[in-house]
Structures are given as C-alpha cells and as structure tokens.
Ligand binder design. Structure first.
Ligand SMILES: [Fe+2]
Length: 345
C-alpha cells in the first residue's frame, strides 16, 4: 500500500495520499490549495492516477485544494452529505464506503467540531479530521460546532475502535504525526472527563481566537462547484425537464457515471447504461465502448451523475475525443429527483 502523510506548515494541516499500488488509483484527504503542485508532483512520481479529493469537513483555517485538484486532474471531489459546500461531485453519508481501486474506507459521521465533520476508517487506522487530534480535540465554538455532539462522536464512536487503531488527524501544531486510540484514551487531557456535561464545560472555557484565515477560507471553501455554466453556454447541457422528454428515445444513450453504491442508494434513470467516471477516458477513446456505440448507432450520448459535476467533465472530455453530439443532464440525479423524474432501483 502507498500511504503518504503530507504537511502544510502555514496551517499545520496534514493531508494524506492513499493508493493500493504504484500505477493505481489514488485518493487524497484534506488537501491544501497552496500544496497542490507538490501533491501532483508526488502523484506523477509514484505513477498514480488521482481519482478522488476528499475533505473531512469544511475547513476554516486554510483553503481546500479540492477545486484546484479537480480542475487540474478531472478527479472527483468528495465531502459528506451534511456539508454546506455548494457543489461537490459526490457526497457520502455515515456507513457509506469511500473507495478507489484496492482501497476502501468506512465513512463515519462524527459531528462536533463542525456539523459536517466526518472520519474515515481504514482497517488499522482512522483519519479523524479535527474531531480527534493528538492530545487534543477540535474546537467546537464555530461553524455549528457542538461539544455535546463531539462528546458522542468521541466516546460513542471513535474511542470504541480497538486501542491499537492508529490516529491520523487533520492538524497538529506540535509536530506529532500519529497516535493510537489507546494512547489518546490514556493521555489526551480533553478525554479525561467523567460526563458529557464536564466535556461541554471544558470546551466552553477554551476562549480561542478565531483562525487567521477564517474570513477568507470559509467563504472560499463553501464555493467548490465546477462552473457548469460553461458547458451550458456551449449548448451541451439539458435541464432535467428537457432530459425527461428524450427518455426512451432510441436515438439517445443515457450514460450513468456514478458508482455502483450510488446507483443502489439513489436509483437509476430507466434504460440508462453504466460507465463509471474513473474509466471514462478509456470508454470514450477510439475502440472504447462509448466511442464505438456512438459511431455504430449514431446515438447521442447523454451523461448524468449525482450533481452534474462528473457529467460536465465527461462532456468536455467526450467533445475532445470527437463525440460532438454528447451532452449531460445539468444538476444530475439531485435535480432529476427534485422534478420527480422516474427512477428504478
Ligand atoms: Fe477544522
């Protein structure tokens, strides 16, 4: 397995690059905008294909690298379903899996530091964001934070993991890089409380100054959406209502770019084919399934996904590959559902 802990000195942020093998798919957790060049250099050096960029929560102390990584690599941006970010490519809920080839992390909703804080568990290690830090816990005094929720996320969820589980947090300001659940249970001063009320009391007395970057970082991090207007302006977007009208037509091929788990959870548009987004380049290249389908049948390729992000990127790539009639459904399944578009499960 490839596991790299990367550090941004300015914000004290740790980012994590994960992959199962050289030459395989990779994901990155909590990337920092200023370090994007460094991540991409490492991705190239290790011969990886960056497929997902994930934030554990909406950060207040640095600008996320999610949007820049998506624009530079056409990777999928991922956050939790509770996040107030405008648009990401994919949203995860408690109990879901965050996957790339050969890597599967269990998604745990662990609110408290913010109301959109998630942790990701991978066998022997857990990425705790700012929920559980080394000898500390994330502050709970802004962004809908709640010490009460955090107590439950800590004592009800994270601290119930096996003692030997490694903890990789989103930050450290002392230079510590890793801890374990057992070590934090024993030595983390915030965890030596006897009750939730005692924890709430402790957290209410921290009186921390706001992060320096907060007024810049929070608004910037809320706006991660790909500019789908560009695709719309080129006449390559169908509104869900327009897409509804072409449903069932034989000169159209609807292509679902989502993952199997998203299809199972949210349903699929009847009659659509499945071509997961990470394999897109191969399927639209000459000899690929979609390229040949369009060439042989003259069908118009209509992509869709969860929120219209992956499908907008797919349209760009497909146009470049010569599929000039390809387009997408703006807003994806989320917009489709709002219009009560038909779905099968
Ligand atoms: Fe944070």
């Amino acid at each position: 397995m490839i596991f790299r802990q990367l550090f941004d000195q300015t914000s004290g942020t740790y980012s994590y690059l994960l992959a199962s093998r050289r030459g395989g798919e990779a994901l990155i957790i909590d990337p920092v905008l200023e370090k994007v060049d460094r991540y991409l250099q490492l991705v190239r050096e290790l011969d990886l294909k960056l497929v997902k960029a994930v934030d554990t929560h909406l950060h207040a102390d640095h600008i996320t690298g999610l949007g820049a990584l998506r624009d530079r690599t056409q990777c999928i941006t991922v956050m939790g379903e509770k996040s107030s970010v405008d648009v990401v490519s994919m949203r995860l809920a408690d109990g879901d899996k965050l996957t790339v080839e050969g890597v599967a992390l269990d998604v745990m909703y662990t609110p408290g530091h913010t109301d959109d804080s998630y942790s990701f568990l991978m066998q022997d290690r857990v990425f705790t964001g700012d929920t559980l830090l080394i000898r500390g816990t994330g502050r709970t005094d802004f962004q809908n934070g709640s010490a009460r929720d955090q107590y439950e996320s800590l004592f009800g969820r994270l601290l119930k993991l096996p003692d030997e589980t490694l903890i990789y947090p989103a930050h450290d300001y002392k230079g510590d890089t890793v801890s374990t659940i057992g070590e934090e249970k024993a030595f983390n001063p915030r965890l030596q409380v006897k009750s939730v009320d005692e924890y709430v009391e402790l957290m209410s007395k921290l009186n921390l100054p706001n992060p320096k970057m907060m007024d810049v970082a929070v608004p910037a991090n809320m706006r991660q959406g790909l500019a789908q207007q560009e695709i719309a302006a080129r006449g390559l977007a169908l509104s869900p209502a327009e897409a509804m009208k072409i449903l069932g037509r034989t000169d159209v091929a609807l292509i679902d770019l989502r993952e199997k788990s998203e299809r199972e959870k949210h349903g699929i548009i009847p009659g659509s084919l499945h071509a997961p987004y990470p394999g897109l380049r191969e399927t639209i290249a000459p000899g690929g399934m979609l390229h040949e389908l369009a060439a042989a049948t003259g069908k118009r390729i209509v992509f869709y996904c969860a929120y219209g992000e992956r499908s907008a990127m797919a349209v760009k790539a497909a146009q470049d590959a010569g599929l000039t009639t390809s387009c997408h459904i703006a807003g994806g399944i989320a917009a489709w559902k709002q219009l009560n578009g038909p779905l099968t499960h």
